[in-house]
Design a protein around this ligand. Structure first.
Ligand code: UD1
Length: 419
């Protein structure tokens, strides 16, 4: 059990320059994709996250070799031998479902336990499974275990997703990359991480077009080789660091980012009255003026405002002048930060999909509990602006997506330590 806590002495202005880590939501599917290749891949800009280590444990259990040296991760998938993911490894990480498409694509058989719910509520995989069935997969479920086979070669299909699910789009791309026909995914997720996965697969010899748009076309190839690839920057971590600057009235230069992937988030910070300057691979944010409420902030699939950034903005809006409303359209349990933020004195009412934040009053330090990854990050951000000491327990959630969060924040002026 993880007993560590973050201790934050609030009230210090964030300022300085910081390089943003590689994207968790990109590296995880790319790690799964690496086992479609019969060679060695070298991933650069790979963040040191507990979810990355869990993925490596899955790869190793299947017969791959993983070696991490700083931010470079090498995976040798030449001797993939097993098609079954042990249940305890599946439980470590909900996004392990993306291994299904990759293992099926390479070995034509895969067994894994059905991912249950998670901190964010039920996480169904019906769209993943119906897409894989359209590719020819036979799938049975027995006592929570999925047994999938993909007889013969994938000859292509037209798959219309009922929702633009990120994970389903990735699973179908992975299962269809090796084959002899053309697969078209309609209503595909358009997240930049999908384009990053396609970028890696194409570097390995795949033939994928349309990534980043709602029609992705995968022309099956006979095999894939290893490749060297740089993981894209994490736009959620970038948004979190911007939140740290905004809530403390600070200023920050983020480097190694892609502002063009972050339009809806940048626009939200602009609406709070922050000054933003965008450069090719940098974003400067300055929060010298009083923060303003955002009338309505709605989460939606990309290019809409990301659900992962919602708790961060919720924390920031607790300090803004006026009433803000957030409508959460993606995950039903994404307001779990609200109850913990209230411990710091925030005035937030949340019911169903809607949260109303009466911003303004000072926050004051308290003992809080991270209930999931982004709620945990939101509490840290709020703690930076609260009077006195805030503690955040359940830090293991935060470690899933933020590389050494306390060291990162210390380097830009925060007083924060892990005990
Ligand atoms: C990915 C991200 C996650 C982000 C989410 C939405 C990774 C590792 N995780 O998660 O951080 O919050 O996208 O941008 O990349 N749904 C179904 N049936 C399905 C699949 C999904 O009903 O078979 C629903 C979900 O309940 C949810 C919505 O579709 O309401 C979006 O889910 P999805 O895009 O699949 O999210 P993930 O891929 O799990």
């Amino acid at each position: 059990m993880d007993k560590s806590r973050l201790y934050i002495e609030g009230g210090r202005r964030i300022s300085g320059e910081i390089k943003v880590q590689g994207a968790k939501n990109s590296v995880l599917p790319i790690l799964a994709a690496s086992l479609l290749t019969s060679g060695t891949s070298r991933l650069r800009n790979c963040p040191a996250l507990s979810d990355v280590f869990s993925s490596c444990r899955i790869l190793t259990s299947l017969g791959c070799k993983c070696r991490q040296d700083g931010d470079v991760l090498e995976i040798d998938a030449g001797k993939l031998s097993d098609y079954e993911i042990p249940e305890q490894l599946m439980r470590e990480m909900r996004s392990s479902i993306v291994f299904l498409g990759a293992i099926l694509g390479r070995l034509r058989r895969c067994r894994l336990s059905f991912p249950g719910g998670c901190e964010l509520g039920p996480r169904p995989i019906d769209i993943h499974l119906s897409g894989l069935r359209k590719l020819g997969a036979k799938i049975t479920e027995d006592h929570g275990v999925l047994d999938c086979t993909l007889p013969g070669t994938v000859t292509g299909a037209i798959i219309n997703l009922t929702l633009p699910s990120v994970g389903a789009t990735e699973n179908i791309m992975l299962a269809a990359a090796i084959g002899s026909g053309e697969t078209v995914i309609q209503n595909a997720a358009r997240e930049p991480e999908i384009a990053d996965l396609a970028g890696y697969l194409n570097a390995c010899g795949a033939d994928i077009r349309g990534q980043g748009s709602s029609t992705v076309i995968i022309k099956g190839v006979s095999k894939l080789h290893g490749a060297e690839y740089e993981i894209m920057p994490d736009r959620i971590v970038a948004a979190t660091l911007m939140g740290a600057a905004a809530i403390t009235g600070g200023e920050l230069m983020l480097t190694g980012v892609r502002p063009q992937d972050m339009n809806s988030t940048l626009s939200a910070y602009e609406q709070t009255g922050c000054d933003l300057y965008q450069y090719a691979d940098r974003i400067y944010i300055s929060a010298k003026k009083r923060l303003q409420a955002i009338k309505t902030l709605r989460t939606s699939p990309y290019p809409g405002f990301p659900t992962d950034c919602q708790p961060i903005l919720m924390a920031v809006l607790t300090r803004a002048k006026g009433t803000s409303m957030i409508v959460e359209n993606i995950f039903e349990n994404r307001f779990r930060a609200a109850a913990e933020l209230r411990r710091l004195g925030a005035d937030i009412k949340a019911e169903g999909k809607v949260a109303v934040i009466e911003g303004g009053d000072k926050l004051s330090g308290a003992a809080t509990v991270a209930t999931d990854l982004r709620a945990g990050a939101a509490l840290v951000i709020a703690g930076l602006a609260a009077d006195g000491t805030t503690t955040v327990s359940n830090v293991h959630y935060i470690d899933r997506g933020y590389q050494a969060i306390e060291a990162q924040l210390r380097s830009i002026g925060a007083k924060i330590k892990r005990i």
